[in-house]
Design a protein around this ligand. Structure first.
Ligand code: AKG
Ligand code: FE2
Length: 334
């Protein structure tokens, strides 16, 4: 095992009582002023509410974004009253609860960049419910219960997120999210050099391909039929970023060196994987250029007590995806 054991994977902060009071009044302000408006409309005014958030949280997220002080941040301590949030939904389409937790996640996410969504995932919702769905046990998605293989979020797409936020509503069985960071790998210069080449194909995951929105689904089908070659490592060669999703990935046909290097980095990441069990009130923010994440297998009960996360994705530059968005201020990518 060659993982750099001492490197910090997660920078942590726990909200104090006075932090919580500030956050709750920011949420009250959102609910008061933006009553009845969509989350898209509320986000247009996020700048009004961000200054109301606790400074240590904003400082930590700014240092995470601008100085890359850690590949992940865990902010804990936001209240999740079990009786208020109700049962874990049996399907993401079921009635939404957890409005305060959603606003909290959206505000912190908005401090990092611009929140967006995919038309092919959960009807383009900005906050997604990650819950097990009966009948989908074998799915390689957030709705399955088999091991969710580690991956770069939406690694197949050029407009994948910079950051991924996972907020825990419920996790009674302490089922871990698994994380590994690219900084902690030891790869030979030859392997790094190969991984820096656009010699790999990543295809969309099954969830994007089964969307009901036909227009958006066709765009994903095109990427399925004709993926654009991408590099596994990019950015500064001595401290590279990462784009990888082995389950949906292959080297270019006939490229044996690319195949070997992919096997090598996959093995390295595997050996660096660390479990993090998110507890209610935890918000885990992942740098999608620096870490991969997955989830351990579990057994679902489908009785309202299953594991339940809320997920938000963030880009540093929404404008770059204008070609797949209907309007300038549209946050949903097709
Ligand atoms: O459930 C988790 O911990 C991770 C889920 C995940 O990777 C996702 O929804 O993209
Ligand atoms: Fe994921």
């Amino acid at each position: 095992m060659s993982c750099a054991a001492n490197s910090q994977l997660i920078a942590e902060y726990r909200l104090t009582d006075s932090d919580c009071a500030l956050v709750q009044s920011a949420i009250d302000a959102v609910l008061g002023e933006s009553a009845g408006v969509s989350q898209t409309d509320f986000l247009r005014h996020a700048h009004r509410y961000l200054p109301m958030l606790p400074m240590p949280v904003l400082d930590l997220l700014a240092a995470f974004r601008d100085q890359e002080i850690a590949p992940a941040v865990l902010i804990s301590g936001f209240p999740v009253p079990d009786e208020e949030i109700g049962a874990t939904p049996l399907h993401w389409r079921d009635g939404r609860t957890g409005e305060r937790q959603e606003i909290y996640s959206l505000l912190l996410a908005a401090s990092l960049g611009q929140v967006f969504a995919w038309a092919t995932l959960q009807d383009g919702r900005l906050v997604q419910d990650v819950v097990p769905i009966r009948g989908q046990q074998q799915a390689q998605t957030g709705h399955g219960t088999i091991e969710l293989a580690w991956h770069t979020e939406d690694g197949f797409h050029r407009y994948r997120c910079d950051y991924l936020c996972l907020f825990a509503m419920r996790n009674n069985d302490h089922i871990p999210t698994n994380l590994a960071c690219v900084d902690h790998l030891s790869l030979s210069p030859r392997v790094v050099d190969t991984l820096l080449g656009e010699r790999f194909l990543i295809r969309p995951d099954t969830e994007h391909l089964k969307a009901e929105n036909a227009l958006a689904r066709r765009a994903m089908e095109r990427l399925q039929d004709d993926p654009v070659p991408s590099a596994v490592l990019f950015g500064a060669p001595e401290r590279p970023y990462l784009r990888i999703d082995p389950i949906y990935m292959s080297p270019l046909p006939g490229d044996a060196e690319a195949a070997e290097s992919l096997t090598e980095i996959t093995r390295e990441l595997e050996s660096c994987l660390q479990p993090v069990s998110l507890e209610p009130g935890d918000l885990l923010v992942l740098d999608n250029y620096r870490c991969v994440h997955g989830r351990a297998p579990f057994t679902a009960r489908y009785d309202g007590t299953d594991r339940w996360l809320k997920k938000v994705i963030v880009t540093r530059d929404l404008r770059k995806s204008r070609d797949v968005r209907g309007a300038v201020d549209d946050r949903v990518l097709n």
